[in-house]
Design a protein around this ligand. Structure first.
Ligand code: M6R
Length: 365
């Protein structure tokens, strides 16, 4: 039930401190400065043999995978690629020996992701799924995996499942990293950062009214660009998807460096830009991108680390995020973007939980 919330989406956004706690519970190993993920069913030796990771998914689940790519490569040193599941299934992909395929799906029933699991298994990959729905087709067919424990997600727009996917990918990368080259002290730092995530989310939720105010200034627009770098690049893709699916505003996510390769020609006062400018590596470059947007009169909403004066000098519409590391930054940032999309859609009077033409799970290709 929705309780006091007008929509399931808002309820699910506000549940996230708890759903993330559920995704983490019992999965941190303080002693070893690592993670415990028994469902993956792989011994330390088998984990060590993994030479390549392929992540397959659709929509928000694919975006979570794109964040995971940074984790696996940086923390575990394992080359990783992320595939749209339909593309993976039809491209006749090359699966090298010792490849781990990670299908990601909230529902566990997405047709293309199911087909990707079958393709991967037929080609001899080790398959470990990330699913939310217990006993779903993907969870059953993969045979091993990690449940998200986000509880039922009713809103068509995925929120809490996306966050749990990212958290579980971070736990998985921590485990693989500690199994290899990641030092104990770096592992311990990450454990502490992961434990902080629910509080970071709470701090963003406390700013809901402020985000609503900013959103109301943009509810009338027809187009929106979202830009980010590093782990915040896929976060920008996810923010744009959220806005377009529930508000029907045309929204595009771009790597900030791509602006100059085309989209900047569109920028003017009618094309606002959401810039993910948290204080993590790449922030100075985003600052430059914001200046480029402002020079073309594009209104800019910035997500910035609390107290970042330089960004306030460039735009009045700043959503503040508590300080956090670059690996954790996608989580509170995604929450701010969910609220931003939600309040714009609410102001436009949209059918938020059931956007037109969309189904909660896409069981046909
Ligand atoms: O159930 P799945 O995670 O496999 O679903 C994948 C996509 O259909 C889903 O994430 C979709 O993009 C959402 N509506 C996004 O909010």
């Amino acid at each position: 039930e929705k309780g006091n919330y007008p929509h399931f989406m808002l309820k699910e956004i506000f549940e996230q401190p708890e759903t993330v706690e559920n995704a983490i519970r019992g999965r941190l190993d303080h002693e070893m400065a690592s993670a415990i993920l028994s469902g993956i069913g792989l011994s330390p030796r088998e984990l060590l043999q993994i030479g390549h990771i392929v992540i397959a998914g659709c929509g928000s689940s694919m975006h979570a995978g794109l964040v995971g790519e940074y984790y696996f490569e940086d923390l575990a040193g394992i080359s990783t690629s992320v595939e749209q599941a339909a593309e993976f299934r039809y491209r006749n992909p090359i699966i090298e020996p010792n490849t781990l395929v990670i299908p990601i799906s909230q529902s566990g029933e997405t047709a293309d992701t199911i087909a990707a699991v079958r393709e991967a298994a037929a080609k001899g990959a080790i398959v470990t799924a990330l699913c939310n729905v217990v006993g779903s087709t993907i969870a059953r067919e993969a045979g091993r995996g990690i449940y998200l424990h986000a509880g039922p997600e009713i809103s068509v727009a995925s929120t809490k499942a996306f966050l749990s996917q990212v958290v579980v990918l971070l736990l998985f990368a921590l485990l693989l990293g500690r199994n290899r080259r990641l030092s104990r002290s770096r592992g311990a730092e990450l454990v502490a950062e992961i434990e902080q995530i629910p509080d970071l989310i709470r701090e963003v939720l406390e700013q809901a009214l402020e985000i609503k105010k900013i959103a109301s200034r943009y509810a009338h627009v027809d187009d929106f660009f979202f830009i980010g770098r590093g782990c915040l690049y896929p976060t920008a893709l996810e923010g744009a998807l959220k806005l377009k699916e529930i508000s029907y505003i045309h929204a595009e996510g771009y790597h900030a460096a791509e602006l100059k390769h085309g989209p900047i020609s569109l920028l003017d006062e009618k094309h606002p830009v959401m810039a993910l400018a948290n204080d993590i590596p790449g922030r100075d470059k985003i600052l430059g991108n914001i200046q480029e947007c402002r020079a073309r009169k594009a209104p800019v909403v910035a997500i910035a680390t609390r107290g970042d004066r330089a960004i306030r000098d460039l735009t009045q519409d700043v959503i503040e995020i508590p300080p956090c590391s670059r690996f954790v930054a996608p989580l509170p940032t995604a929450v701010a973007l969910q609220l931003f999309a939600y309040y714009i859609a609410a102001e436009r009077g949209c059918e938020i939980d059931q956007p037109r033409n969309l189904a909660k799970s896409v069981t046909v290709e």
